[in-house]
Write a protein that binds this ligand. Structure first.
Ligand SMILES: C[S@@+](CC[C@H](N)C(=O)[O-])C[C@H]1O[C@@H](n2cnc3c(N)ncnc32)[C@H](O)[C@@H]1O
Length: 218
């Protein structure tokens, strides 16, 4: 995601600072009054400007939603969106996905959403893909026993690569669709119908959207 540096970024971040997740001495996520436990923890990794999570927060009760994003300017826009929608159960973390096991409780994440992750098309960059085996091994450390990963992308080579990686890492994959809008999966209650910023952009250009859900058999 290429972004121009936001004007008055620090002042703007200060105004929405209540939407930062509270973290401890070692960067680990802590419960606080506005983000209490219990409540399933649902995380979007690479949340960009936050439209998916904001829409999800408005239709979801009793869950703790967390957006993880490495680019501060994108995160600022997500936090401002969340503040204007007055979402109470949504927080954000300015972090790289590689640090998720340090940030989140072991086996504490019920849903992990990967929406339109950067494709990193060059083979030498394959380990940077958020669905590479390196990242899947990190997600396994934080995924709850009944946890599920929901993945969407317009990029078919990335989708095929990801399918292989999920299977190689022992995940069961289901609700696969190669054209989510024309053939939505049946029998899933996951919020696959909430369109993300990139989803709107790429489907408007005529790209079909690929979707899958992955979980570890018990
Ligand atoms: C193509 S955008 C998609 C944004 C949003 N999920 C959507 O569907 O509209 C990918 C986002 O993932 C973020 N990202 C990529 N690699 C990341 C990483 N290792 N850790 C955290 N965020 C990452 C990028 O900064 C970017 O905002």
């Amino acid at each position: 995601m290429h972004m121009r540096k936001k004007k008055h970024r620090d002042e703007r971040l200060e105004k929405v600072s209540g939407y930062f997740a509270v973290t401890g001495e070692h960067g680990e996520l802590l419960a606080d009054e506005s983000f209490p436990e219990p409540g399933e923890l649902w995380v979007e990794v690479g949340c960009g400007k936050g439209s998916f999570l904001t829409a999800l927060a408005l239709r979801t009760d009793g869950k703790r939603l967390l957006g993880v994003e490495k680019i501060t300017d994108a995160l600022l826009m997500a936090m401002e969106k969340c503040a204007s929608a007055d979402c109470r159960n949504l927080k954000f973390c300015n972090a790289d996905a590689s640090s998720l096991p340090d940030l989140l409780p072991p086996h504490g994440v019920e849903r992990l959403f990967l929406n339109f992750s950067d494709p990193w098309p060059k083979n030498r960059d394959r380990e940077k893909r958020l669905t590479s085996r390196t990242f899947l091994q990190k997600y396994k450390q934080i995924l709850a026993p009944d946890g599920r990963i929901c993945f969407k992308t317009d990029n078919r080579p990335l989708f095929d690569f990801s399918l292989d990686c999920f299977r190689e890492e022992g995940f069961t994959v289901e609700h696969i669709s190669y054209d989510l809008h024309a053939s939505p999966p049946s029998g899933t209650t996951e919020p696959f119908d909430i369109q993300t910023e990139y989803e709107r952009k790429f489907s408007a250009k005529g790209f079909s959207i690929n979707y899958l859900e992955a979980f570890l058999p018990r």
